[in-house]
Design a protein around this ligand. Structure first.
Ligand code: ZN
Length: 176
């Protein structure tokens, strides 16, 4: 099932080693960024996600769509499942999700369904982003739960450069 390469692929970007003492948005986004680098090394689109609750990390995942042959294996979906399993509760109402790119329709929907407290994303996505970029599921008129949003700004240049560099590489490989 696992089609990911046996030896990790080289990634031109370095992981971050943030201080454990300051657990702010930049700290948790750095961990999501590191997950994205792990995705790159497995030849997956470099998107990473972590989930925090009470200052603790309760889930971390990266996109595995290619390796798992699973269109739903987005970083956020995998992290939401991990977090719910960790808590023994599907309601993630005290949790904050950190993800390197704005969530797609599926993942934004799953965040609403799991009643996540806050979503912090690095790179807005005007094409598929459903928390402000292309549209905002938070604005569904009859939905009671609303996600607090930190939309862009946290490690945004780093996370954008990682994605753009990956797609540049893929395009150049395709041209060869
Ligand atoms: Zn998604």
């Amino acid at each position: 099932m696992d089609a990911s390469p046996a030896t990790p692929l080289p990634c031109p970007f370095e992981k971050k080693f943030p201080s454990q003492l300051i657990r702010d948005d930049t700290f948790f986004m750095s961990l999501a960024y590191n997950q994205a680098i792990d995705a790159w090394r497995r030849d997956e689109v470099p998107i990473g996600c972590v989930i925090e609750r009470d200052g603790e990390l309760i889930a971390s995942a990266h996109n595995t769509v290619e390796g798992a042959h699973d269109p739903t294996a987005h970083a956020e979906m995998l992290a939401l499942t991990q977090a719910a399993a960790h808590l023994g509760d599907w309601r993630l109402s005290e949790a904050t999700v950190y993800v390197t790119k704005e969530p797609c329709p599926m993942c934004s929907g799953a965040m609403l369904m799991s009643r996540v407290k806050r979503v912090c994303y690095a790179v807005p996505d005007p094409k598929m982003g459903c928390l402000g970029g292309a549209t905002n599921l938070n604005d569904l008129p009859r939905v009671n739960h609303h996600l607090e949003l930190t939309a862009g700004g946290v490690l945004e240049p780093e996370c954008r450069e990682l994605l753009q560099a990956f797609f540049r590489l893929k395009r150049s490989e395709a041209e060869q």
